[in-house]
Design a protein around this ligand. Structure first.
Ligand code: NAP
Length: 242
C-alpha cells in the first residue's frame, strides 16, 4: 500500500475516472465511489490495480447522506488517512428555469452541492487529526458566469465556489488547503445531449479554439494536491472563455 490516498467522488467515468488514473500513476492509493456505472467502475479498478495502486471502490449515491458517509467511513477504515479529497460527482440538467420544479432542485443540489458538504465534513475530521489535507472541489465555468437553461446547475456550482472560499479561510491554519476547479467544456458523457451546433459555438468562443479533455482537469487536480501555498482559489480550465 502506498503512503498517500486520494478519495474521489463519482469516478466511474469522465473527469473523476481520469483523476483516479492520474493519481494512481503518481503513487496514490485510490478510493472512489460511483452511482450507476458498475461495469465502468469494475474496469477502472482493474486498470488502477495494474498501475500498482491499492484501490477501494464502492457503489454509493452521493446524494444520499448515509450512503456517502458509510462509504467514507469504510475508506478511512481501510487507508487510515485521506490526503486528498476530490469532490467531483455531479449531474447536469438543461431546462428552462420556468419549467424546473422542486424535484429538479433536489436532484441538482443534493448531487452537486450537498454531497460536497457531507463528504467534506466526513473527511475533514480525518484531515484535522493529521493536521494536513487538500480538498479540491469541481465547480464549473457556469458557476462563475452563469449558463442559460442551466440555472440550477449554475447555482449549485456557484455554491461550490462560496463553500471553497469560506472553508479555505476556516481551515487554512490547520494546514488544510481548499481550492476549486472551474472547467469549461470538457469532452465527457455529461455533454452528450448538447447539440453539435452548441458545441461548435462553445469551441469558437475559446481563445485556444478547442474543447478540453478530462486529463486537462486531472493534471490541475494533481498540481493542486502537490502544491503547498495555494488555497481559496477557483482555477479555470476552459481554454480561455471569451
Ligand atoms: P460524467 O462523465 O457524466 O461523470 C459523472 C460521474 O459522476 C460518473 O462517474 C457518475 O457515476 C458520477 N455520479 C453522478 N451522480 C452520482 C451520484 N449520485 N452518486 C455517485 N456518483 C455519481 O461527468 P464529468 O464531465 O466527468 O463531470 C464531473 C464533474 O465535473 C461534475 O461535477 C461536473 O459538473 C463537472 N464539470 C464538468 C464539465 C464538462 O464539460 N464535462 C464542465 C464543468 C464542470 P455513475 O455513472 O456511476 O452514475
Amino acid at each position: 500500500m502506498k503512503e498517500k490516498t486520494v478519495l474521489i467522488t463519482g469516478a466511474s467515468r469522465g473527469i473523476g475516472a481520469e483523476c483516479a488514473r492520474t493519481f494512481a500513476k503518481h503513487g496514490y492509493n485510490v478510493a472512489f465511489c460511483y452511482n450507476r456505472s458498475n461495469k465502468q467502475a469494475d474496469q477502472l479498478n482493474e486498470e488502477l490495480t495494474k498501475l500498482g495502486a491499492t484501490v477501494y471502490y464502492q457503489k454509493a449515491d452521493v446524494s444520499n447522506k448515509s450512503e456517502l458517509e458509510a462509504f467514507i467511513d469504510s475508506v478511512i477504515l481501510k487507508f487510515k488517512k485521506i490526503d486528498v479529497l476530490i469532490n467531483n460527482a455531479g449531474v447536469a440538467l438543461q431546462k428552462l428555469f420556468i419549467d424546473c420544479n422542486e424535484e429538479d432542485y433536489n436532484y441538482i443540489f443534493n448531487t452537486n452541492f450537498k454531497s460536497m458538504v457531507v463528504a467534506t465534513k466526513a473527511v475533514l475530521n480525518n484531515m484535522l487529526k493529521f493536521k494536513e489535507g487538500k480538498i479540491i472541489n469541481i465547480s464549473s465555468i457556469w458557476g462563475l458566469v452563469g449558463g442559460s437553461c442551466e440555472v440550477l446547475y449554475s447555482a449549485s456550482k456557484s455554491a461550490c465556489i462560496g463553500f471553497t472560499k469560506a472553508l479555505s479561510k476556516e481551515y487554512g491554519r490547520m494546514n488544510i488547503s481548499v481550492n476549486a476547479i472551474a472547467p469549461g467544456f470538457i469532452q465527457t458523457d455529461i455533454n452528450n445531449n448538447i447539440s453539435s451546433e452548441d458545441i461548435h459555438a462553445f469551441k469558437e468562443n475559446t481563445s485556444l479554439n478547442k474543447l478540453g479533455t478530462p486529463s486537462d482537469v486531472a493534471e490541475l487536480a494533481l498540481f493542486l494536491a502537490n502544491s503547498s501555498y495555494i488555497t481559496g482559489q477557483v482555477i479555470g480550465v476552459d481554454g480561455g472563455i471569451n
